[in-house]
Structure formats: C-alpha cells, structure tokens
Write a protein that binds this ligand. Structure first.
Ligand SMILES: [Zn+2]
Length: 140
C-alpha cells in the first residue's frame, strides 16, 4: 500500500516537472516574441496570461538592452539613456531612483507597463491550472 502511494507521488512529481519544463519553454518563446519592435495589442493580451511577473521583467530588461522602449506596445527607439540613476524632483524636492523609469520613452509607457505588471500573477506557471487567470487590461 505504502509502496503504491510512493509510486503514485513519484509519478505526479515527474509529471509536474514535465509540465514545468513545457511551461518555461513556452514562456521563453513568448518573452522572445515580445522583444519585437512592434507588438500588437491583441497579441500582447493573448500572450500575457502565459507568462508571469519575472518573465515580464525579462521582457522589460531585454527591450532596454535593445534600445527599445520597454513597454511592448510602444515601438519607440531610445537612443540616449540618461546616465544618472537618481533625479531630484523640483516639485517635491525628493530624490527618485529612475533606474526603472529610464527604460521607457515616456512617463506614460512607464505607467502603462507598471499597470500590466500589477495585474500579473507571481505564482509559478505550472501551478496555474487551478487558478483563475485574470483578463488583462491595457492603460489607454
Ligand atoms: Zn514608449
């Protein structure tokens, strides 16, 4: 009896590993496809449920390396990235870390990207089947 149980859980574990591998491979393809200069909104919304926050962070970083605005729905090329890491707001007199902000061509793209990220699940993809996948909305 206990042998049978062990056998079963091992099989389940192996199955989970297989699903995990498949999910990651698929997510990797999606990350790569979101590095195109122009990504359509439909395409974007269709792909988002299949990746999680850390994949999205990869997209943001990779687009930045490619000198593209990090928001996938924006095709702007960012030729000069500010060197500084901090900026002082003349309005509030506060110092802001702009490391993430400068990956985007405009405050709007930054906001829109953060908005997408806030809707994403952080749970591993292969544990998703019991979870309700949210419908993503883009910031207009
Ligand atoms: Zn942009």
């Amino acid at each position: 009896m206990s042998f049978k149980l062990e056998q079963l859980s091992k099989e389940k574990l192996l199955q989970a590993v297989r699903i995990k591998k498949q999910c990651n491979a698929r997510a990797q393809l999606i990350v790569e496809s979101l590095l195109e200069r122009y990504v359509s909104e439909d395409d974007f919304l269709r792909k988002l449920p299949e990746i999680n926050q850390c994949h999205y962070n990869d997209v943001v970083d990779e687009r930045h390396i490619l000198h593209l605005c990090s928001y996938p729905l924006c095709g702007e090329i960012i030729e000069t990235v500010p060197q500084q890491q901090y900026q002082i707001s003349t309005l509030t007199n506060k110092v802001y870390d702009i490391t993430d902000r400068k990956k985007f061509c405009s405050p709007h793209c930054f906001k829109a990207s953060e908005y997408i990220k806030s809707q994403m699940l952080t749970s591993p993809l292969w544990l998703r089947h019991q979870e309700i996948i949210p419908a993503f909305k883009v910031l207009k």
